[in-house]
Design a protein. Structure first.
Length: 216
């Protein structure tokens, strides 16, 4: 009875696994590419006539990764590899027969990378959910910082509490690059310049006291 199976393998194990199938006498049937989110999937199909079984090797190819050609083992794969290169942008290496991106006459580069309206809607929905989750987490973090500032206001003098609140707001900012002490000082001075002069002076004094205490 005809059977079929799907096996996930790593890209680094592809050639070793296919060499083993070649040694076992399995026949190469096809290679097809799919475009799930986050990369490209290649599915290599082989057929074992002795037990009427089809074996599908599924390989996830990260964006920009190179894929070893199997033409040395199964030369018939040349048409599938050139097709996957032209239509999906898969980068094969060591191809015996390489059409250099001209296996098909295409009006656009890798047209198969254009997603369907259903896929686009699904990705947009996922992006909105991620954005909503991030906004919720940011709101929770801001509320926690505000609550902490309010708690300090009950136990610390006003100037020290205001300085801590400014520092807490700074901590909620983007973390892409850690500012230098000079940049932090300039940013703090910019905030203080927009405050009431008397209040700003008190905050400066509190910050100076904190810096002196940290250096002791």
């Amino acid at each position: 009875m005809y059977t079929t199976e799907f096996v996930d393998i790593d890209l680094c194990d592809l050639l070793t696994r296919i060499q083993s199938l070649k040694h076992q006498g399995m026949r190469f049937v096809q290679l097809c590419a799919e475009l799930p989110e986050g990369g490209i999937d290649l599915v290599y199909t082989f057929y074992d006539e002795t037990c009427d079984n089809a074996l599908n090797l599924c390989v996830r190819v990260p964006e920009g990764a190179e894929v070893p050609s199997i033409q040395d083992l199964y030369f018939a794969a040349f048409s599938y590899e050139n097709e996957a290169h032209d239509l999906f942008g898969v980068q094969f290496i060591n191809m015996k027969l390489d059409f250099g991106g001209h296996f098909f006459e295409l009006a656009e580069k890798a047209p198969m990378t254009v997603i369907t309206p259903e896929m686009k809607a699904e990705r947009e929905k996922a992006a909105k959910l991620r954005a909503a989750k991030a906004a919720k987490e940011a709101k929770a973090a801001r509320e926690a910082a505000e609550a902490k500032s309010a708690e300090r206001a009950l136990t610390e003098d006003r100037a020290t509490a205001d300085a801590a609140a400014v520092a807490a707001v700074d901590d909620l900012g983007p973390k892409a690059a850690k500012p230098t002490p000079e940049e932090r000082a300039a940013k703090m001075e910019e905030k203080l310049a927009n405050m009431d002069p008397e209040k700003a002076a008190k905050i400066r004094a509190a910050l100076a006291a904190r810096t002196q205490k940290a250096g002791e």
